[in-house]
Each structure stands twice: as structure tokens, then as C-alpha cells.
Design a protein around this ligand. Structure first.
Ligand code: NAD
Length: 464
């Protein structure tokens, strides 16, 4: 006999959107069942944000050691044990996973480990290892995420051609790696492997890196990454891959010339495919546009009582946005009107130095017909940056003519930490004058945000 569970809310998918939705719904007093086929925490915790940042820490330490002489520390050579670094990364992931395993039941969420199939808007069948369970629910939230997109390139499935999933489990650092795609994943993995000794070449089909990032930031980052020894082939079209006795060959076209690159591994980082293509979604009649589940501002799909959040609804595929969308979906499903503030979504790229941005870029404001002023400040004029030996990069602040902050971009060490000040400013619709008049600790990198805001209103102190 099939087991039945009755619940207020069923959540399909236990990544950042799903587990946050489940916990928020439980906080609001609902009975919640969370259905997850693999590990809790989704891509972010198991195959994305967390393991990459754990491995990037190794690369960061190596980069600091490489300039140790500047700090009066004798360089006795660096011996990298990638297997040890990998084990450390696995421990970090495991520890966060164990935390979630405890957090969810403690929050009152029932977790079902198994594959869920939506039968109708009020029922999901779940096949666990032991049994089939029918989860009957008043409302449901779909949070099924996304997976690496594998483009249609000849021999893309050859041995040694990796997506980010496999690249996180390499036992040794490849001698050489070609990365297809100069987006967020491509640049983070290039930073990771190049610092620990891999000869990295990035092939990008556009004539620039990071197509949606501020042009000035992307241009400067390109210069810095080249200086770090990473090669870039822009406006390059990959034709096919070939397996050779020594490894792999990538055949590509660069300005009408047919060229070839040899390498040990290839990483494919050309975007992600949303997990919206399962048969049950089609049968249910969910509206899907460009692969994304369509939701309204309540995060509700076209089917009443069926909500969706996170990567599967498209837009910016960011774990922290998924947290907020999951929370908002849960609140709306339970009768509390919540909204996501899409004007203030920070996005960070963990290169060396980091990139972080929020709100509008100068270019976006200009295409939207918004007249803006731009404040700038370089880290080379910031005392803390010089003490740290991190003089690369700058802060840009985009303000409307009445000084309201509508965007900010940072290229520099710890940019991912500093962007929250600008995010808060945009959330509170603050003016640049307010940040310019706010006391920032000295010496601190954040003073560059202060100075960029002051520059936007024509009164930066240390700008040369
Ligand atoms: P992306 O969309 O950021 O970049 C893909 C790049 O590949 C683009 O520059 C594109 O022009 C290029 N490209 C596409 N097809 C190509 C081809 N055939 N040959 C050469 N170049 C090609 O995608 P991504 O880097 O795979 O990341 C996927 C998603 O995951 C993004 O939405 C990203 O924001 C998110 N993500 C975020 C973080 C973070 O927040 N730090 C980290 C990793 C991923």
C-alpha cells in the first residue's frame, strides 16, 4: 500500500531556494515536507559556491605566498598538495551538509529523500529508497534548480572534457586546461587552477569577458588576469574537440583563421540549463519561457497554489537571490505578501581580486534613459589596500542627478564583503551624500566606497 502524508506545503528541491522556503514556512507554523533526491544544499553547497570557494582559498594562499618576498618572507618554494586541498574542500562541504541535516528537522521540516514527481497541483509522488509516498499538500513550491549546460560541440563528451561538477574533483592539478566561456564559472576556475600551476587558456565567443558586467571593470580584470599568466582568446568560436595520444585538442576559429590548442583538460563553462524540462511540469501545464518557469511577483506560477523560486525561474542564477525568492514564495503561499527587491541584488565573482556589483551599471542606466553621475575611487589611493599589498582595482558608484544611489561596482580584494554597504544604500534609497558623511573605519578597504560616494557628489578627499 502506498504511504500517504498530508501537509500544508510541499517543497520540491532542497537547494538554497528550497530549504530556505521550507524553514521560513515552518517558522510561520506550517507543516512542511521538503523533497530532495540528492544532497541537501543543492548545487551551491555541494557543487558550486561552497566547494569552489574552499578550493579558491588554496589558490589565494598560493598567490599570497608568491609575493611573500615583498613582505620580507623568504620564499623556500611552494609545494602544493591538491589532494589535501580537495580533502579540505570535502570536509567544508560535509560540515555544512551535516549542519543542514540537523537544521531542517530542528526547524520542524520533514525531509523526504527521494525523487518527486508532481501528479497534480495538490500531490507529489516520492520514491524513496524504501517506498513510494504520496505527499498531499495545500500548496507547493518548485525549487529544482539548474545544471551545467553542455553545448552541441563535436566530441564534447570526450574523456577529459569537464563541467564544473567534475572539475571540482580532479585529483591533481592539470598541466594545462582550456576553459570554454569567460563568464563567472570560467573566470573563477581559471583563477583557481592558474594560481596552482595549470597553464590556463580561456576561449570566449564574445569580444569581451563577463558580457553583462560593467565594461570598465571587465577590461581591468582582463588585464589583471593576463598579468597572472592566464591566456585569453576572445571572439573565438569553438569548432570541435579531438582526443589525441597526449590529451585533447580544441579546434577553433579566430578572426577567420582555423587554430588549434592542445591541453590536458577542457572545462565547459558556457552557462546553465534550468531544471524545468521534466515531463510532469509539462503535464501540469506550467508556463515556461526560455526554459524558465514563469512566476508573478508573488512567486506563483500560472497554476494556482503552485509557486516556484531559485534558478528554475531564470534571471540571475545566484544562491543568495534564491534564498530570498524561496523565502518570498513561502510567505506568499502562506498568505503573507512578500516581495523580492530585484533592484538590489548583489553579484560577486571570486576572481583575484574579486568583482562585486549591485544595481545598475553606468551603461544600463544610460540605455534605460536615466541620467547619472559616476563616482570613482582607486584602491591604489587607499591606505589599507597598500598595507595589504592589494592595490589593484577601484570602486564605481552610480547615482541619479539627485544623488540617489542606484548602482555600484567594485573590483578589488574583499569586494564581496564590501558590496553590502552599497546594497543597503540602494535598499534604503540612500543618497551618496549620506555615505559620504558616514564615518568609515580607517584604515579599511571600505573607505574606497566612502570616497567613491564622496566623488559622486564632488568632494572626495584622497582622490588623486
Ligand atoms: P555565464 O553565462 O556567466 O558565462 C558563460 C560565458 O560563455 C559567456 O561569456 C558566453 O559568451 C560564453 N559562451 C557561451 N557559449 C560559448 C561557446 N560555444 N564558446 C565560447 N564561449 C561561449 O555562465 P557560467 O559562467 O557557466 O555561469 C552560470 C551561472 O551560474 C551564471 O548565471 C552565474 O551567475 C552563476 N554563477 C554564479 C557564481 C557566483 O555568484 N560567484 C559562480 C558561478 C556561477
Amino acid at each position: 500500500m502506498v504511504k500517504k502524508i498530508d501537509t500544508t506545503l510541499a517543497v520540491l528541491g532542497g537547494g538554497p531556494a528550497g530549504y530556505v522556503a521550507a524553514i521560513r514556512a515552518a517558522q510561520l507554523g506550517a507543516d512542511v515536507v521538503l523533497i530532495e533526491n540528492k544532497e541537501l544544499g543543492g548545487v551551491c553547497m555541494n557543487r558550486g559556491c561552497i566547494p569552489t570557494k574552499a578550493l579558491l582559498r588554496t589558490s589565494e594562499i598560493v598567490s599570497i605566498l608568491k609575493k611573500s618576498k615583498e613582505f620580507g618572507i623568504e620564499d623556500k618554494g611552494i609545494n602544493i598538495k591538491w589532494d589535501v586541498s580537495n580533502e579540505r574542500k570535502n570536509r567544508v562541504v560535509k560540515s555544512l551538509g551535516l549542519g543542514l541535516d540537523q537544521l531542517l528537522p530542528k526547524s520542524g521540516v520533514t525531509v523526504l529523500k527521494g525523487r518527486g514527481t508532481i501528479q497534480n497541483p495538490k500531490m507529489i509522488s516520492v520514491w524513496t529508497q524504501e517506498e513510494e509516498i504520496e505527499v498531499h499538500c495545500a500548496k507547493m513550491i518548485i525549487t529544482t534548480g539548474a545544471r551545467p549546460l553542455v553545448p552541441d560541440i563535436e566530441n564534447i563528451h570526450s574523456e577529459g572534457v569537464l563541467t564544473s561538477n567534475e572539475a571540482l574533483h580532479l585529483e591533481k592539478v592539470p598541466e594545462s586546461m582550456v576553459i570554454i566561456g569567460a563568464g563567472v564559472i570560467g573566470l573563477e576556475f581559471a583563477t583557481m587552477f592558474s594560481a596552482v600551476g595549470s597553464k590556463v587558456t580561456i576561449l570566449e565567443m564574445m569580444d569581451r569577458i563577463l558580457p553583462i558586467e560593467d565594461t570598465e571593470i571587465a577590461t581591468e580584470l582582463l588585464k589583471i588576469m593576463k598579468r597572472q599568466g592566464i591566456s585569453f582568446k576572445l571572439a573565438a568560436t569553438v569548432q570541435r574537440i579531438e582526443q589525441t595520444e597526449d590529451g585533447l585538442e580544441v579546434h577553433y576559429i579566430d578572426k577567420d583563421k582555423n587554430l588549434t590548442l592542445s591541453c590536458e583538460k577542457i572545462l565547459v563553462a558556457v552557462g546553465r540549463k534550468l531544471n524545468s524540462d521534466s515531463e510532469d511540469f509539462k503535464k501540469l501545464g506550467l508556463n515556461i519561457n526560455n526554459g524558465a518557469l514563469v512566476v508573478n511577483e508573488n512567486m506563483e506560477t500560472n497554476i494556482e497554489g503552485v509557486y516556484a523560486a531559485g534558478d528554475v525561474i531564470g534571471g540571475n542564477l545566484l544562491a543568495h537571490l534564491a534564498f530570498m525568492e524561496g523565502k518570498t514564495a513561502a510567505e506568499n503561499a502562506l498568505g503573507i505578501a512578500g516581495r523580492v527587491n530585484y533592484n538590489a541584488v548583489p553579484a560577486c565573482i571570486y576572481t583575484n581580486p574579486e568583482v562585486a556589483s549591485v544595481g545598475m551599471t553606468e551603461e544600463e542606466a544610460s540605455s534605460a534613459g536615466i541620467k547619472v553621475k559616476v563616482g570613482r575611487f582607486q584602491f591604489r589611493n587607499n591606505g589599507r589596500a597598500l598595507c595589504l599589498g592589494e592595490r589593484d582595482g577601484f570602486v564605481k558608484i552610480v547615482v541619479e542627478m539627485d544623488n540617489t544611489i542606484i548602482g555600484g561596482q567594485i573590483l578589488g580584494a574583499n569586494a564581496s564583503e564590501m558590496i553590502s554597504e552599497i546594497t543597503l544604500a540602494i535598499t534604503l534609497k540612500a543618497k551618496a551624500d549620506t555615505i559620504a558623511d558616514m564615518i568609515h573605519p580607517h584604515p579599511s578597504l571600505n573607505e574606497a566606497v566612502w570616497e567613491a560616494c564622496a566623488d559622486a557628489v564632488g568632494r572626495a578627499i584622497h582622490k588623486i
